[in-house]
Design a protein around this ligand. Structure first.
Ligand code: COA
Length: 261
């Protein structure tokens, strides 16, 4: 147990039938995959062939070649991973979006997932029978995080950001940020302003912390959040609808996407 340590891995764009042996996912488990978003020239047509028409169009609309490739990689790999849970081929999966934009698997309603991508890395979280949200941010030292916290976050979060060693302010700001995004994405609403009614509460158990939502009519509501250990320069968190869940970090074998035991 402890902080879930995620390694970002490159995933080959192979549809080799691995989906025919589906991965089981217990109800209280949130399975998290760390992905390097790279597509080699030789893989482009293979990756594109996994995508739906809409996904290809969305990728093609992006201006930079790098972003086009990353979007293509993220969505092709999302399909490869989800196919392993559904026991269906990646190309066949019907991925739709809710009115707020959250992608869902309409033919497999008990399987829930969420995707985040940033600067060539992605996280995919998969759950069963409970909504899940995940967020990933790269630490950018040039950003004035105290100013951002003053402007957008709560007094308590601002105090958290300013507390202790100034060298770690960016990480603390991003913790307050990704906790919100993970919870809001689990709820399917995306980032919702204002953000200053909520605050991060560190529980000190070394595993889960809480985002305290202050926007409810019935007072404060605590939502568990687990920060992921992603290596230097990255901050990420996962949140789910329920309270009694744990995180399993997944991996792939050389030949196909596979769950690490
Ligand atoms: C969704 C949102 C949180 C993305 O945040 P981000 O940090 O820029 O990006 P991330 O990489 O973490 O997440 C993006 C992914 O989240 C997923 N996503 C999109 N909308 C979502 C939602 N409402 N809830 C949960 N997940 C969502 C998608 O898979 C998306 O990737 P894709 O566009 O390549 O498919 C942000 O765009 C947002 O808050 N949107 C609000 C919803 C919105 O704009 N609604 C329109 C009405 S005004």
């Amino acid at each position: 147990m402890g902080k879930a340590k995620v390694t970002f891995q490159r995933v080959p764009f192979k549809t080799d039938g691995a989906w025919q042996s589906p991965i089981a996912i217990p109800r209280d488990d949130i399975q998290v995959w760390g992905i390097v978003l790279e597509v080699a020239d030789s893989e482009l047509s293979r990756a594109a062939s996994i995508l739906s028409h809409d996904e290809r169009e969305r990728a093609e609309r992006l201006i930079s070649e790098e972003h086009r490739r990353q979007s293509m990689a993220a969505h092709a790999i999302l399909r490869l991973i989800l196919s392993r849970y559904c026991g269906a081929s990646p190309e066949q999966l019907a991925i739709r979006r809710t009115s707020d934009g959250k992608p869902i698997l309409s033919d497999y309603p008990s399987l829930r997932f969420n995707l985040t991508h940033s600067h060539g890395r992605a996280l995919i979280a998969v759950a069963r029978d409970q909504e899940v949200g995940v967020d990933l941010e790269q630490v950018r030292r040039e950003v004035d995080v105290v100013r951002l916290a003053e402007r957008f976050l709560s007094e308590r979060d601002l105090a958290f950001v300013k507390h202790g060693d100034p060298a770690h302010r960016h990480e603390r700001f991003l913790k307050a940020w990704v906790a919100r995004e993970a919870v809001f994405k689990a709820d399917g609403r995306g980032i919702t302003f204002p953000l200053h009614r909520d605050y991060l509460e560190l529980t000190g158990d070394g595993i889960k912390d809480c985002l305290v939502l202050g926007d409810t009519a019935s007072g404060e509501r605590r939502r568990p959040v687990q920060f992921l250990s992603l290596g230097p320069g990255w901050i990420g968190a996962v949140a789910a609808e329920g309270t009694d869940w744990t995180v399993t970090v997944c991996n792939r074998s050389e030949s196909h996407i596979n769950r690490e035991t």
